[in-house]
Design a protein. Sequence first.
Length: 414
Amino acid sequence: MRDQLRSGALTPSELMESHIAAIERDNPRLNAFTELFLEQARAAARAPRPGPLSGIPLTIKASLSYDSTAARRLRHAGAILLGRTNTPPFLMNYETGNSETGRTNNPLDVTLTPGGSSGGEAAAIAACMSAGGIGSDGGGSIRWPAHCCRIAGMKPTPGRIPATGHTPECLHPGGLLGVIGPMARTCDDLQLLFEAVAGHDSSDPFSAPVPMRPPPDPLRPAPDAFPPIALVDAWPLDDAIRARLHFAARLLNAHPSLPPLLHGALNRAHELWRFFFWRVNWVALKPIVEGPPSKGKPSPLHPLALEWFHSVRLQPEPTAHELIVNLTARDRLRAHFLDAMEQYPVLLCAPATIEPFPHGDRSRFSLDCVRPLSFANLLGLPALVTSTGVQLVGRPWEEGALLAIGRHLEAQTA
């Protein structure tokens, strides 16, 4: 799209109208949006701001405000925001639906979930209603929808892309878990979005003035261009997912396995993530969820939210001692992982253990299905799901290597 706009083969208004037509045609069956800015977008397309994304129609997840740092940087790069996309209540579900805006459907098969919590964003991009956008990820919420809708999505290092303007705030004690990141149909497009929004922001407490490293050249044949890659095959996987994973491992000449000690560390990371993401978050959400109900009215919470809150309510609230012990355990585990990644700076693993499931079907889904995703959140590692259906996990601040490898994989399997 950018090349066509620059060559004059396409005008910004023509590109905008094609996206609006796609929204009018497909959004009624997909329900990806919570809010549309169509008239503002049309006006902006008539005189787009110059920049690397000039005239490109993009979207943002509903948990991000129009004036969030990431949204402002997209507009500064010339992009035009079409709207905000649907999420589950409190962003705490692996499906996308809520009582106010309803359920989002998967463009590949409307009977399937598009994932969550960035499910609306993934659906809008996969259906070509948006060229790309920004989601957020505290436990796979960018990468699981990317997997479900067969697009690309990246969870960067905490602080690499400022989360200022995201609700809820990305702060401790969950700290390292929640970040915002780009979503698009290809890793090439992720690279453009990432470059537009990454960078220091003093209003984000995790942000650091770390310079962007030039990425390896994805056009050179692997493994010469890339750091050593290790295959992580530590979980039971659907057959199709395992086949894609091992095909990618052959293309990348990945080392066949991680050191055995790290397998136990992966499971420990998932359990610690559950503590922070569910039990600690529940302390903050409990007053909202269990507040006095409106007289004579049913609960406004969607069944998806009630289901998860019921399960976490059965567990004891974390004590201050537990919190301190688990924060210490997380730091030690992170140091253990980073030491091991001196030998293998990139890990190749599945994006989840299962394929997308029918709406509301819990016969196959449990939190165990996101074990390949959650350890990167717990440890503050950048992670990328490619449109080819695999995940790459790297060391902090080394997103460029992941993007180059993802671009190489997509070029090899196009």
